[in-house]
Structures are given as C-alpha cells and as structure tokens.
Ligand binder design. Structure first.
Ligand code: RIB
Ligand code: CA
Length: 313
C-alpha cells in the first residue's frame, strides 16, 4: 500500500534529496511538488526542482510555483552562511522541463478538494504556501490526513539561537499551520542534527552510481563543506539532510522518535521570533497538537537513503 504525498519545497540541496527519495521510494506516490521562497528565490527553487526530476528521469511529476514572499513579513534574506550549504542553483544540468501554469496555492486547494483525503502533505520549506491555502480555502483541512513538517527546534536554532530557518522565514504562516487542528508530525533540528550523512557515505553513493545516488552525493558533499565551514556539527565531515529525514519518517516512522506535545510559534520577540515553543512538561493549558521528533536513528536513515537512491525507476 503506497502513501500519496505532496512535497512543498524550497529546493535547496536537502530538499533535492527529499524529492528524490519521495520520487523513487516504492512506498510513496509523489503526486506533485510545490515551490516556495526560502533557501533561494522561488524562481530558483522551481528551476532546481525541475532539474532534480529531469536528472533522475521523473520529469512527469508536476511542479507548481508558489509564494515568492512570506505572508506578513518583508522577504527574509537567507543567511550568507547558508549560501554555502545550498547556493542559488543546484550543481545539476539546467532543467529541460517547464513548471505548470497553475499557482501552487491554487493547485493545492483544488487537489485536496478533489481528493479522497489520502494525500499526506510534506512541507520542507517555509510554510507560506500551506498557510495561504488554508486561509483561502479552509475546507481543504478535512481532506489532509497528516502534515509532516521539516521545521522547528527545541534545543537550538540555526537561523537564530531561538529559531529554525523554515519557521523563522514566515512565523505567521507556521503559527497558522501548527494550530490548524490536523494531525502534525514535526521533524525539527533536534532530530535532523542526530542523523548526519558523512563524506564516506557520499563515496558509497558515488560507487552506487545511479543518477539519484550521484546527485545526492553532489548535494551532500556541498552541504558538508558548508556545514564544516559555517555551522560545524558534533563531528566534522558530515551534515544533516533535514528534508530527506522527514520523507523517510513517512516511509518508516521508526527512523525518528517522537513525543506528542503542545507546540506553538512565537511571532513577536526580538530574541525569540520564529521559535517553536515546546511544552514537554505540560506547563500550558492547551492540549498536545504535534508529534515532535526528539531523536533519530542515523544508521537506519543512511541505510534508507542508500537503498532508495539505488533505484532508477
Ligand atoms: O533548517 C533547515 C531547513 O531550512 C531545511 O528545510 C532547509 O532546506 C532549509 O529550508
Ligand atoms: Ca527545505
């Protein structure tokens, strides 16, 4: 039984790996991808997403371009350090395919209204498209069985000491999604930073030699260089591939450990703006709303990547 998914991406190097895992996993059916402003401009995110699907022979998967700015705030500039992790354009051949004409938000609305309530929504960038769709057409909510978000952080941020990038870019959008009332699984930095991919793993991917394995090695080696330089992890020569862990958690939920807690988003604090405030000790009066990943199984994650990216169809 395959799970239908839609990925909302700000492609970027880890989004690229998430797209390849979703497109190649025999357990998932990737219905389409929507792009949003985040790691780079939405136009570049669209080009990068098209490059990925062309490169792995999945050009039939439709790509819809979405919001170019956050819902409320001025456009958030990606931190210079992150440019080294993503760049503006992926190191893959220019796309031959074209994006779809429909705006991503319109396509999300019409797709969910026409669905049987069986399409898991997987945002791995800022939540602007998702929040816009919910605000424009609240009826889609009853058709979304689960939202699996890469985003958030409890222990530490990456864009600021408090906040993780996807939430920080558009906190108002994140607050809408986190409080939408549908089942939410959040794969935050607390988990992704415990599931690193190393240079040795990239060497093994290059030896596998499939287009997806090679593209993943290219993207991840770039990430490792950027992280070692600007945001060193607990071991050098390895980097998180945040978005791919969110997709792997749909394929095999045991790749992460989650706790069901109350989570909300700070939208007004010079030091805490964009923070996912996590209530692990029942200090708030509100009920739990998010399955929040607090740990990850790194060997299982790397095994899943290697197995799935060895596929060509
Ligand atoms: O903080 C990590 C997240 O921000 C990932 O989704 C990465 O692609 C960037 O969007
Ligand atoms: Ca992303």
């Amino acid at each position: 039984m395959t799970t239908k998914v839609i990925l909302d991406v700000d492609t970027g190097t880890d989004d690229a790996v998430a797209l390849m895992v979703a497109a190649l996993s025999p357990d998932l059916e990737l219905i389409g991808a929507t792009t949003v402003n985040g790691n780079t401009s939405v136009e570049n995110c669209t080009e990068n997403t098209l490059r990925v699907f062309d490169y792995i022979g999945k050009s039939h998967i439709p790509v819809f371009e979405g919001m170019s700015v956050p819902m409320v705030r001025a456009h958030a500039q990606q931190a210079i350090s992150a440019k080294g992790i993503h760049g503006d354009l992926l190191d893959l051949p220019p796309a031959r395919s074209k994006k779809q004409a429909r705006h991503a938000v319109d396509w999300l609305i019409e797709t969910y209204l026409a669905s049987n309530g069986d399409i898991t929504l997987v945002p791995v960038g800022p939540l602007t498209n998702i929040a816009m769709a919910i605000r424009m057409e609240p009826r889609i909510l009853e058709r979304i069985p689960e939202i699996v978000i890469m985003g958030g952080a409890h222990e530490h941020g990456n864009s600021t000491p408090s906040a993780e990038f996807n939430i920080w870019v558009d906190p108002e959008a994140a607050q809408i999604v986190v409080n939408c009332g549908r089942p939410i699984r959040m794969i935050p930095l607390d988990a992704t930073h415990r599931a690193l991919v190393s240079r040795e793993d990239c060497t093994r991917l290059r030896e596998i030699g499939t287009p997806a394995a090679l593209a993943t090695a290219i993207c991840t080696e770039r990430r490792i260089g950027g992280y070692d330089t600007s945001q060193p992890m607990h071991r050098l020569g390895a980097a998180p591939v945040h978005d791919a862990l969110a997709v792997c958690a749909i394929i095999d939920p045991s790749v992460v450990t989650t706790k069901f807690i109350a989570v909300d988003v700070e939208t007004s604090g010079p030091l805490t703006d964009g923070r996912t405030v996590c209530d692990f000790r029942h200090r708030s009066l509100r009920s739990a709303n998010v399955h929040f990943a607090v740990d990850a199984d790194e060997p299982k994650f790397v095994r899943m990547l290697t197995e799935i990216l060895s596929r060509t169809a």
